[in-house]
Ligand binder design. Structure first.
Ligand SMILES: C[S@@+](CC[C@H](N)C(=O)[O-])C[C@H]1O[C@@H](n2cnc3c(N)ncnc32)[C@H](O)[C@@H]1O
Length: 246
């Protein structure tokens, strides 16, 4: 899969894409990430990419021309033949596992990072989707772009060591994940639950399912309304005090 990222600050991506799982995926040729400095597409002498807002007010607005230039040069002039182009914005639909899974089916995705007060509204004519990573405002779209690439890439087969893991993690199942433990068996009086040492796979599975239900009920009860629940799950949740639908 290929990502093209348009940004005023390509240096921010070094480190995140050059380490750990994403770096290994890039080295193995499973993931290709190119960052494009929008400043290179501003053709005035000083490569100006921002200007004051029409109508007055504080802050700077990213100019429309370098963004169109960059997208058309890198992705092509014909919108019908371009990959999906995501605008990072706190005004977009809120990113989640379903969106990450859907984008992981695409061979090529482009992401546009805003900065300052945001972008000239006419940029919206270029984009195919608008995504927010949460109901708060960051200084730029670079961290959101990193979050999108990372979360989408996890669903590409072969990127995460255990291929089942991304589909069992919190949110992928509709629930939060059960608690995990590794050695030592006991640490400062905190012991690993005996069931995990029992070797009874069916009982361990049942314990994990119940822990996932309990954790979701305690931490994110809102998720239960959409989670796929069996009649046994519902009975267990009712014992905890859940009063959801049957
Ligand atoms: C300071 S923000 C601009 C916010 C804009 N003035 C508004 O109120 O909607 C600058 C840039 O950061 C990025 N950004 C900030 N918060 C974001 C979020 N929650 N999700 C995605 N992108 C975000 C966007 O690219 C945005 O253009």
């Amino acid at each position: 899969m290929r990502f093209d990222i348009f940004t005023l600050f390509p240096g921010m991506f070094a480190g995140v894409f050059d380490d750990s799982i994403l770096q290994r995926a890039r080295a193995a040729g499973r993931l290709e990430i190119a960052t494009h400095n929008l400043r290179a597409f501003a053709y005035d002498k000083h490569h100006v990419c921002d200007d004051t807002p029409y109508g007055g007010g504080g802050g700077m607005v990213m100019k429309v021309e370098p963004i169109f230039e960059a997208v058309e040069k890198i992705l092509g002039a014909d919108p019908a033949r371009r990959p999906p182009l995501i605008l990072t914005t706190p005004q977009g639909r809120v990113f989640d596992t379903a969106i990450a899974r859907a984008y992981a089916q695409q061979p090529h995705i482009a992401i546009l990072c805003g900065h300052y007060e945001g972008m000239d509204e006419r940029v919206r004519a270029l984009v195919s989707d608008e995504i927010s990573i949460g109901d708060y405002v960051l200084t730029g779209g670079e961290i959101p772009a990193m979050a999108l690439v990372d979360a989408i890439a996890r669903f590409i087969p072969g990127i995460v060591g255990d291929p089942a893991a991304p589909h069992q993690d919190s949110h992928a199942t509709g629930l939060l994940e059960y608690p995990q433990y590794t050695r030592p068996l006991e640490f400062r009086g905190m012991r690993v639950p005996d069931i995990l040492l029992s070797g009874h796979h069916a009982q361990i599975e049942q314990w994990r399912r119940r822990q996932a239900l309990k954790r979701t009920w305690e931490q994110r009860p809102d998720l239960l309304a959409r989670a796929p629940l069996t009649p046994m799950d519902k009975n267990f949740l009712r014992e905890l005090g859940w009063s959801g639908e049957t």
